[in-house]
Design a protein around this ligand. Structure first.
Ligand SMILES: [Zn+2]
Length: 170
């Protein structure tokens, strides 16, 4: 145990302070995902390629280098999903603005609701990217938005839905 904590300390310090993530009250899987975004630990194609995994380094949708910023925020497919989810663009214009908005979720219940909704959306975008990358399963942005909505609802948050999803909820 002593060795492990020494290794963990060596690997994880100094670095970004992540205590705020756990205070947001997210689903543990979403919290872990956010933690990986903060630490740049998501296994993107760029990361996998750097580890010697034989995989195309470019996004299968856009044909540009797949980084965290690309996979979650700049990818054509991701952007379509964010738009459909109705999350303000100021939140998803990049990794840093996104993390800043998540952190602000601690400031008020309303901001927290926005943060939960956006973090669930980002998480589902990542899961759909994994399905596309490793299982060649394609999910529609609408399906992903719905999954994020359900996930946020499990935490007691309601996500207002737009477009054709409204009928289902009324
Ligand atoms: Zn892309």
């Amino acid at each position: 145990m002593g060795d492990l904590s020494r290794i963990l300390r060596r690997e994880y310090e100094p670095g970004p302070d992540c205590a705020w993530i756990w205070r947001l009250g997210l689903h543990p899987r979403v919290a872990l995902f956010l933690w990986k975004v903060v630490w740049d630990r998501l296994p993107t194609r760029a990361v996998l390629g750097g580890r010697g995994v034989r995989i195309p380094l470019v996004c299968g949708v856009c044909g540009v280098a797949e980084t965290v910023d690309h996979a979650l925020f700049r990818c054509t497919w991701a952007r379509a999903t964010w738009r459909l989810a109705g999350v303000p663009q100021v939140v998803w214009r990049g990794r840093d603005p996104f993390l800043q908005a998540m952190r602000q979720g601690l400031e008020s219940p309303l901001l927290r609701q926005g943060a939960v909704r956006a973090s669930c959306t980002a998480f589902q975008i990542w899961l759909a990217r994994n399905a596309r990358t490793f299982d060649e399963r394609r999910m529609s942005p609408r399906f992903v938005v719905e999954r994020a909505r359900v996930q946020a609802a499990e935490l007691g948050y309601t996500i207002p839905v737009g477009g054709t999803l409204i009928a289902r909820d009324t």
